[in-house]
Design a protein. Structure first.
Length: 258
């Protein structure tokens, strides 16, 4: 028997942001290979499945991508429904292409089920559209993170070419991100927001400017985070500054300017 592998987007964290298709596949799964960012309640929907953690976290021992690819192929040769559960959307910084290639080479059927990506979840939480007439007509998704042996990407050019940027996997490199963008001419007062755990009850957001991004990350960058940059955030940054100035420290909004 040869089964089918479903590359399923787990969304930004909150289990109730799964698509109906994703939830149904988890309920029907024989085995689920899940990422470190998948919420436990999301994984728990696969009640009848074997659960296999294949998450990659910085600084921790984790399975190689090749090992994950081989495990998916083996599972599909003995199970009918195999779910590869990925944080956010599988097709955005999710290494889906490598897994699809491995499945194609092995003659295994596959399907991709989209999920809500972190930048869109953060935009929704903040109530700020990433696009706006007259302010932002382009959005770019970038990451400064590169794997071992990979060439460096010119991500600063992509940020500079767009009106709004979403930077993934960048909180730990905030110093380098700010320095690179400032060196390329992006204004020091460009608004930024760093949001941790978008869509989850414990979410935090810190506001600031490009110049203050390193301090912002040092204060808030302890959990998975997304960085948004652009003038579309300007009004909200000013509002966060005013609100923070009016509130006593004990009652401060989680949207804290730095």
């Amino acid at each position: 028997m040869t089964g089918k592998v479903y590359l399923v987007g787990a969304g930004p964290g909150a289990p109730d942001l799964l698509t109906l298709r994703a939830a149904r596949l988890l309920e029907a799964a024989d085995v689920v290979f899940y990422d470190a960012l998948a919420h436990p309640d999301t994984v728990a929907l696969a009640r009848a499945a074997t659960h296999v953690c294949v998450g990659k976290r910085h600084g921790r021992i984790s399975p190689s991508q090749g090992a994950i690819n081989r495990a998916l192929v083996r599972a599909a040769r003995r199970c009918r429904t195999v779910v590869r559960l990925k944080g956010g959307d599988p097709m955005l910084f999710g290494r889906a292409h490598e897994e699809i290639q491995a499945l194609d080479r092995a003659g295994i059927a596959w399907e991709v089920v989209p999920g809500v990506t972190a930048a869109l979840a953060a935009s929704a939480e903040l109530g700020i559209s990433l696009t706006r007439r007259g302010v932002s007509r382009s959005v770019t998704f970038v990451t400064p993170a590169v794997g071992d042996g990979e060439p460096r990407a010119d991500w600063p050019s992509a940020v500079l070419a767009a009106d709004t940027a979403a930077i993934y996997m960048g909180a730990g490199q905030a110093d380098r991100i700010a320095a690179a963008l400032l060196a390329r001419g992006l204004s020091h007062d460009t608004p930024v927001v760093l949001m941790e755990e978008a869509s989850l009850p414990g979410r935090n957001a810190g506001w600031g400017t490009l110049a203050s991004l390193p301090r912002l990350a040092a204060r808030w960058g302890h959990a998975p985070a997304i960085i948004l940059i652009g003038r579309v955030l300007e009004e909200a940054l000013e509002e966060a500054r005013r609100d923070h100035g009016r509130r006593p420290a004990a009652a401060a909004s989680p949207l804290v300017p730095v």
